[in-house]
Write a protein that binds this ligand. Structure first.
Ligand code: RP5
Length: 165
């Protein structure tokens, strides 16, 4: 069965990574979620990525903070797309994780998104868009979602907008 795999370096990342879970559940896409660390549990990370890929993981989403090497390590273990979400932890509030995640060497890509909740949410959307390349039903759902987002902006505006004739 095809699914999206979410990995995070620590339980302390869960509050942020829940945003990715919410999106995948909204679109009813199967997912797994696991805590595993590039540094604290390297073997667990290696073994999980290998067996998840064999079982049908099509996209990996990795959330990690500080010296955030999880997404890069996962990218080294699979040719499936890897999406990195930097966590806003540590003394630099996520800048450290952003740079650690984004600065991958050529040939080993990690699609690095925004620090924090917006990044986690977008990670799930990007995973859906990747899956939608070969799933017209999912593509149609994403298009409906865009229309709903646009409508919400207009509705929100109506509540507060001021215009001069
Ligand atoms: C990273 O270190 C984790 O991804 C987390 O964002 C950060 C801090 O981890 P804890 O000390 O809270 O477990 O590996």
């Amino acid at each position: 069965m095809r699914f999206v795999s979410i990995l995070m370096g620590s339980k302390s990342d869960y509050d942020i990574m829940k945003e990715a879970v919410k999106v995948l559940e909204k679109f009813q896409i199967p997912y797994e979620l696991i805590i595993t660390s590039a540094h604290r549990t390297p073997e667990r990370t290696h073994n999980y990525v290998k067996e998840a890929e064999e079982r049908g993981a099509k996209v990996f989403i990795c959330g990690a903070g500080m010296a955030a090497h999880l997404a890069g390590v996962v990218a080294s273990l699979t040719t499936r797309p890897v999406i990195g979400v930097p966590m806003p932890s540590g003394m630099m509030d996520g800048l450290d994780a952003l740079l650690s995640t984004v600065q991958m060497p050529g040939g080993m890509p990690v699609a690095t998104l925004a620090v924090g909740k917006a990044g986690a949410k977008n990670a799930a959307y990007l995973a859906l868009q990747i899956l939608a390349n070969s799933d017209d039903e999912l593509k149609a759902k994403l298009e409906e979602d865009r229309i709903a987002q646009a409508k919400k902006v207009e509705m929100d505006s109506k509540e507060v907008e001021v215009r001069l004739d």
